[in-house]
Each structure stands twice: as structure tokens, then as C-alpha cells.
Design a protein around this ligand. Sequence first.
Ligand code: KG4
Ligand code: ZN
Length: 333
Amino acid sequence: MYILGIETSCDETAASIVEVKNSKIKMLFSAVSSQIKIHRQYGGVVPEIAARNHIKNILPVLNKALDNKKPDAIAVAAGPGLISSLIIGVETAKVLSYIWQKPLIAVNHLSGHIYSAWINAETFPRFPILALIASGGHTELVLMRSHYKFKILGRTRDDAAGEAFDKAAKILGLGYPGGPIISKYAEKGDKKAVNLPRPMLNSQNLEFSFSGLKTALLYQAQKDKKLKNKIPDYCASFQQAIIDVLISKTTKAAKKHKIKSVMLVGGVAANKELRSQLKKEVKKSLPNADFHLPPLEFTTDNAAMIATAGYFMSKQKKYTAWNKIRVDCNLTL
Ligand code: KG4
Ligand code: ZN
């Protein structure tokens, strides 16, 4: 079976063809046309500009994907995300479904991030699964007892982890997007150099809050006369504060629900330090659980994850007629 995935929920225009054979999921083609260079000058994504660029990019990206294989089904991210961006992908998928008379699958972008851990995987995660989704728009701990059964155990009360990285980079005058820049500087910094809070680390629930951390960083940076020489230290300390909270809550949730597989997904899962520290912690404090990560290229937004999530929906016959599909910018799991 071949599935075409389409993703346009934010500022990436992406298409992918995924092959499912002998229950293995293999990415045959994946193209992501990024608009980072365009939005960088504004310090963040401008929805209107993102939508206009999706219109420009969607057909070239799709054409490349379709050089490869004619799909048996079409999976498209229908939310959450920017409404004007989502519409471009969904309208395109509708047309293809109608013309080719192929089933259409409306995928939740967040379930796409979760299923990114199945792409090209040799061993699949085992249920019950705990997924930490950490992206620019979301920070959620999700319990899965079987395919497409999601239970949110906790989420952020304010900023998402990726958003916190982006805002911190802005405060430190480093550019956009913040995550990759901060993690690069952090490699040369001392993570104990700047004293920053670990919001909600000791709270009993599984919720997160990152906006106070960002404000603490702002106050420290504002009064520090030597800030310019200490950017790596600031980056390493800020990154470690986020990692500490993410790891602590993930481990707590995994113990509570007797999890067999822990997975880290979403754009922040590209963070090397977080990847390796969480892996170590799972090994140490959850000896009966294994740890799963998507390949690096499928951590940030892509269409292979949408195609893969679409495959698992198609197994449960979760199709939507081309004339019934709707975008939903606040779609939840
Ligand atoms: O999943 P994604 O591509 O888009 C959303 O669905 O939001 O995530 C983008 C987010 C951005 O906030 C970006 O700063 C963050 O992921 N990110 C990182 C790294 N690479 C991307 N955060 C920390 N470390 C990284 N290496
Ligand atoms: Zn995303």
C-alpha cells in the first residue's frame, strides 16, 4: 500500500510517499519546502505570508512526490495549526481524492508527530505507550493503550517548549527559530552558570508551564552587564531547565501508568541533549520500558508522519469523504 501525505499546518509545505509492506513502514519520498528564511525577518511565522507561500509551493512539492508512485490513499493534516495554511493542504487533498477516486484521511497533526516514531522503524513501540510531544505549538504527555486511543495526561498551561526556545532566542538576540540556535550555543556553555527556575517541577500533576522561565531569563539577561560574553552559558542553562522539567514529568507519568514504551516526538525532539538525557533516564529509572525516537529529519514538521498516521487510521477505516473534510485549527487528540 502506498500513502500520499500532505502537510501545510504552519510554515512548511510538505509531501511524502510512504510504503507499507509486511507491516513495515518505509518512507519512499519526503520533501519539505521550508519558509524559515522568509519568516526569519519578522521573528516568527506570519500566517498570511505562510498561506501565500503554501499556494506557491504545494504543486512543485507534490509533483516531486508523485514522480515516485501513485498512492492508494491520501492523508492530509486537517488541524491543529494556522487556518489559512491548513486550508491549502486540505483543498489540494480534496481535489486529488475526487479526481483519482482515492480515499481521503483527515489526520490530526499531533497524531502525525506521534506516528513519526513508526517511520522506517525496525521495532515498533509497545502499548501502553507514553508520548511526549514537544513542538512549537504543543507540549503534551499522551497515553496510548492502543492505536488511535489517545489520553492527554498533561499539557502546558502557557508556552510550549519550542515556543519557549524561540522566545528565549529572541530575548538573547539570536534569531529564529530559537531551538536549533540555542542548542548550538549550548554545546559550548556551562549549564550550571545561570540560575533559572524549573517551573512546576515538584507539582503533583503532569502539567507544564514555561512562560515564567522565559521571564526569569529576561530579568537575568537585562541586568547582566556581561551578557554578550555569556551567550553559550545562558543557552546551556536555559536548555537544561527545559530538559529537567520535561524529563521529570515524563518519567513520573511513565511510572504511574506502567508504560512499556516512551517516545519523544515533535520539533523539540531534534534537540540532541534532550534526546540523549531522556534516553539515559528511561534506561535508568524505567528498566522495563524501551525508548523510541523518530529519525532526526522527521522530528520537525514533515509529511511522512502524516502519511504514517494516515495508514493507521486507514486500518480502522477512518476515512472522510472529500466533500465532508473540514479544517479545524484547534483540533485536539
Ligand atoms: O514540530 P515543529 O516543526 O512545529 C510545530 O508543530 O510546532 O516544531 C518547531 C519547534 C520550534 O519551536 C523550534 O524552535 C523547535 O521546534 N526546535 C528545537 C530544535 N529544533 C527545532 N527546539 C530545541 N532544540 C532543537 N534542536
Ligand atoms: Zn508540528
